[in-house]
Design a protein around this ligand. Sequence first.
Ligand SMILES: [Zn+2]
Length: 204
Amino acid sequence: MTISTIEEKYLNRISGLLPFFSKQLNAYRLQCPYCQLGSKGHKGRPMTASRCKGFFYSNGNALNYKCHRCGIGKQFHNFLEDHFSSTFLEYVAEREALGLTGKGTNAPSLSNAAQRVAGRLAGPSAEVDGGMESERQETAGRGDGDAGGSNQNQQISAPTQPLITKLPRLTPQQQAGCSARLAHKVKQHKQRRHCDPAAQYLQD
Ligand SMILES: [Zn+2]
């Protein structure tokens, strides 16, 4: 059983809980649980399948999550961990049984995963490493199988303070994506300006 087969299996299992989940030609599309919460879009219009910007796509032999609105990118297990922690543990357990976790793989070991989930459940006030796990994973990328507790110098000032999630730094691809959108707008604007005088001549 390959990694992507297991990932597809678990994606299939959670798909019923993901709003507007649909299979596309080369990807799965869904409402982004990071930035498109609720039944209304960001402009107050009702959510529809075509306004969904979250995608799971196959990256070689593994599934990755990518949102084309907020730009968040996650490996499949990180997505599971963020939204379906018990399914996440089952998933890691199944992979561990096949020897597909830890160093050299794209998934944490079961004990590491359990620690991370426990840290999340305990909340930001807890002292266990895990309160700030979400930030660490976003920068760590691959190779978090052997991550012990390298990044623990972040202090949490007050337990009542809301947990602020930092947005991940944009990858070059994402930056290119942003500028492409800008370039497109500029082009549209130029075309419109270009069109207007021509239209006048035509009317004359
Ligand atoms: Zn998003």
